[in-house]
Design a protein around this ligand. Sequence first.
Ligand code: FAD
Length: 638
Amino acid sequence: MHSRSRRGVGRGGLKMSVQTPPKPKEPEFGEGRVADEELLSVIELAGRKAAAAGFLPVLGAKAKEEQDIMWKLKVSPEDVLAFADRAIDTAEDVFMHATRAFKPAARMNLPLQDGEDAPPLTATKKERIVVLGTGWGGHAISKVIDSDKYEVIYVSPRNYFVFTPMLAAASVGTVDVRSITEPIRMANPCVKYVSGEVIDIKPGDKKVVVALPSPQEKRPPQMPVSAASVAPNVPPLVHSKSPAEGATAATGGGALSRAGEGSLSQEPLASLDDAKPLMELSYDKLVYAVGTKTGTFGVPGVRENCYMLKEANDARQLRAAIVNVLEEACLPGVTDEEKRKLLSFVVIGAGPTGVEFTGELTDLIGNDVPRLFPELVGLINLTVVSSGKVLPMFEEVLQDRGLNLLQSQGIEILLGSAASEVTKEEVVLKNGKRIPYGLCFWAGGTEARPLTQSLIETIGPEQTDASGSKRGQITVDGYMRALGTNGTILALGDASSIQGVKMPTTGQVAAQEGAYVARLLNRGYDTSVEAAPTMTGYDNSTAGQMEKAVDFFRLRGRLSASPFHFINLGVLAYIGMGQAVAEVKVGKDTPVLDAAGKAGFFLWRSTYVVKQVSPRNRINVAVDWLKVRFFGRDITRL
Ligand SMILES: Cc1cc2nc3c(=O)[nH]c(=O)nc-3n(C[C@H](O)[C@H](O)[C@H](O)COP(=O)(O)OP(=O)(O)OC[C@H]3O[C@@H](n4cnc5c(N)ncnc54)[C@H](O)[C@@H]3O)c2cc1C
């Protein structure tokens, strides 16, 4: 294969070499989009004029000098109307969430009994909604759901939500992992939570079977289970044990590691441990939001030898493993050749997870290594391997910009190179190239959870014959009702796909779907009807003027529900060295701007601090950034 190759020296002494498929000409940022001034939108002209006049000191000035920002607002009336409609919904959601602060504490979180079905919350039985999962979809429901109307029970192996877009930052210590999590009981103190993993769903009986934690899992990680399994609460030095053993140590006796697979990624236990008590939980409506798991796509050695990033514990393990590698390279007697091998970091996958981890790692190498490990400067090598392009979900100009930014940091990028195997020591590529590594990070993609596959089969032909089943997703109609379940199961997020609609599997989609489902339920639409869910028996003729006005504001005349409408707000990715790429939109056909470099970083940071799920998280993240700015990253190996 022909390839272009560039060499040089980047930040922190990283060696630089890039191989990409040949291209006739690299487009300039924004080239081909705005031909001349006549085609500029009104907003863009206004932006440029404001920048010239000094009203936009940051974005405007950068846009002119470095073409870091490109206004491209092309208004689509449909998107604008949908956006306005959603703004009203959001106001209602915020009101619902805010009023919860005044609920009496006595009604919150009544305990559930282990081993038996949950008792009703109050004497007057409310309809029970069981939500599987505390991820993006499930968490969004908790914020919006009317818990006066429903008894809401969450079942999930983890009792918290994690802001996945910042897991990469947590894996190198740019933020603390606790700063980006929110316990579901804090998100909504009026819902109940059962710590467990659903292992079976019986749609006919409207029941789920939950595997509760085994006695070992109930102990705190640092409490030894028996003398034989006492283990320090950190992964071992790389190569002194296999990474699989490292995962066991890191979770304190392996309580959370995946049975029999030795995986480094913290996923819910798939197989049933003998000691796990089971509980049956009945529901009136089930919300299925269990997401996906990291996929290895049959590449041998990935689970055993690579680190992954899907859960908060993955970030903690990765952070400790990176420090381990650096410390091991500093041990007396380690030769330069051994150091180079230990300090060879290989990232497999150049989607947002792979690129953002690379960017964060580059910051650690560029800012903290020279300060704390000066003897290692110049010995570190960072390689990104990808079978496809860099950041494929971005527009081509931003893909190129992202690639250039990575290259400028001295990262070796091998595009069009799929990994065929990961051994204990090397990543083997399909083209025969072998890359020795000290730490290998896998960001190859996701795949369906076994529970989703089994639910598809349990429901039957309505699901097995539907389009989603090919990708291991529950197929839903436009109202998020799983086909073949009479509206008793609503599925959302990565584990579902809307019939006939192509949607990205992102947190943004899952969160909007979660809020949509909560509103559908709050407004009392009957999901069991075959057509659009309707408000059967709705009558507010005896209501007061104020109540009627509120109803009008909430429903806007919709006695039948409108289908889910995704408002695409764009995509962002951090590249490292305080640079990012950003594609900002307010719907499918209303792009607002593209940004890269420092302007992209400004957007990335402001968006991520605003999109945190609570004021506590916003403050924690901002404080973490400040701490790193003033004191550097904390390399304490706990
Ligand atoms: C590193 C990383 C970065 C990302 N960056 C972005 C980004 O920048 N923007 C973006 O929009 N998206 C991003 N994503 C994608 C986003 O995180 C997912 O699309 C999103 O999490 C999907 O939400 P979900 O609710 O469907 O599932 P998840 O968020 O994965 O939640 C699934 C929940 O189900 C629980 N669960 C699993 N099995 C069971 C079971 N058997 N019983 C009960 N509960 C179970 C899990 O513990 C979890 O609580 C990123 C993902 C990763 C990993």
